[in-house]
Design a protein around this ligand. Structure first.
Ligand code: JHZ
Ligand code: SAH
Length: 405
């Protein structure tokens, strides 16, 4: 039996991926035979409705000075965070006397917008290499992990916040109670805590199992977030669906009773109950659905290999570590992965050791099929590659099911 990270109830796991490497630990020739792995299983707590990893590696193994994910590699995401920042400024009426804190500010993709608008802000980002990029954009960054003691420090060195923001970070943090205690003290009486993460409802509906990897310890829903907020005398006051990262939810939290609760919250909770996300049964076919995608994709890749087709992949995503390792996709089936991120290039994908090559070489590679690991950026990428792909080359995608374009 496993113990829930939120409410300490016992819960059962519903999917087991076996041993997995760290999703962003791209290997070099020297480290190929020395990779850390952990048993990756996911469970659902019927008491507080939280979906969670049964085990997660220590945070220092995942977030450090060689962290491989840089937020600003997608132009769509740059626009998304500009819109996000503008919407917060409008909602809270932010100006030069305000104060915004972002948890997990990475390369400054969100906070650079507040810097431009002369709204005082502070990033909290433990991965030193990505934090340095944000600093070069004029963003002030503390290179530590956010938690309750750090929130107290920020009040001492700065002040309380009008808005605490976070994107694709909350679902990475197992010590949620320290985070919410920190938010509770750091947030002004009329402040808002707004964060977004991949949405559980989408993961279940689309079988986007590749959102599950070491970093993602939680998959949130309105049900689980409202439960968690309540435990800390906070309240979920709004929710807004986002198309980013394959389907995300933006949650707005305020001090309990401080702001009106939008009917979006009650409506979403109703919908989640209708989908059964508060009951174990909703998760019972997930594992079989993943295996169906596995069978279909492996069958396709083996057929293409027999036909001597050239198959490469696009985007060395964190998600692809789950896909390649759980499915057993070796360089034998997918020759290489092209990616724009310098720190990933000329290394090997975690576990399966598919070579990661500089994006520039993609246009010289002349493949027959391109497996799109960065499927969440499909619109942006397919548009960018439209002319290159036009003469008989095909995309392969696998969420929600295996398809050739
Ligand atoms: P992308 C990461 O997930 C990790 P990943 C993390 N855990 C998380 O939650 C989300 O981000 C926010 C490349 N690329 O965004 C860049 C191109 O080569 O799907 C990236 O390596 N060409 C924090 O890693 C990868 O693909 C392009 O045109 O699953 C995309 O990674 C574009 C757009 C991207 O996140
Ligand atoms: N917000 C960005 C970055 C997401 S990457 C985006 O949406 O693109 C996740 C980031 O969270 C990493 O840069 C990692 O270093 C950071 N992180 C992990 N745990 C953290 C914590 N406790 N406090 C602050 N940042 C954390």
């Amino acid at each position: 039996m496993n113990q829930c990270l939120i409410c300490e109830s016992e819960y059962q796991s519903f999917v087991d991926f076996g041993d997995m490497p760290i999703a962003n630990a791209f290997a070099t020739k020297e480290t190929l035979n020395d990779e850390y792995t952990f048993p990756m299983k996911v469970g659902f707590c019927e008491n507080c409705n939280m979906v969670q990893l049964v085990e997660q590696p220590d945070r220092e193994r995942m977030f450090h000075e060689n962290y491989a994910f840089f937020s600003s590699t997608s132009n769509y995401m740059k626009d998304h965070f500009k819109r996000f920042a503008n919407s917060v400024s409008k909602l809270q009426g932010l100006d030069k006397n305000s104060f915004v804190v972002e948890v997990g500010s990475n390369d400054g993709i969100m906070l650079q917008n507040f810097v431009t608008d002369n709204i005082p802000c502070l990033g909290v980002e433990p991965s030193k290499n990505v934090a340095e990029v944000a600093r070069k954009k004029g963003v002030e960054v503390i290179t530590e992990f956010f938690d309750q003691p750090l929130a107290e420090n920020i009040i001492a060195t700065h002040k309380k916040a009008d808005a605490i923001l976070s994107a694709n970070v909350m679902c990475h943090i197992p010590y949620m109670h320290s985070i919410y205690d920190g938010v509770k003290v750091l947030l002004k009486n009329d402040g808002v805590f707004i964060f977004e993460d991949p949405y559980l409802g989408e993961v279940i509906e689309k079988t986007s199992f590749d959102q599950i990897y070491d970093e993602h310890v939680f998959l949130f829903s309105a049900l689980s977030i409202s439960h968690l907020a309540n435990m800390h005398d906070l309240e979920l006051i709004d929710v807004e669906y986002q198309i980013t990262h394959g389907g995300s939810m933006r949650y707005t939290i305020a001090h309990k009773g401080a702001k009106k609760v939008s009917e979006n919250v009650t409506n979403l909770i109703k919908r989640e109950k209708k989908l059964g996300l508060d009951r174990a049964k909703a998760y019972s076919s997930f594992s079989d659905n993943v295996d169906q995608i596995k069978d279909d994709l492996i069958k396709l890749l083996k057929t293409l290999k027999n036909e001597e087709k050239k198959v490469v992949a696009y985007g060395a995503t964190s998600k692809s570590t789950t896909v390649t390792n759980y499915f057993g996709i070796t360089p034998d089936l997918v020759e290489c992965i092209y990616d724009t991120t310098p720190i990933k290039q000329n290394k090997f994908s975690p576990g399966m050791h598919i070579p990661v090559l500089p994006y520039e070489q993609f246009h010289e590679s002349d493949p027959d099929y391109v497996l799109l690991f960065a499927w969440n950026h499909a619109v942006e990428i397919m548009k960018k590659e439209e002319s290159y792909m036009s003469n008989g080359k095909h995309w392969i995608t696998y969420i929600p099911k295996v398809e050739i374009d």
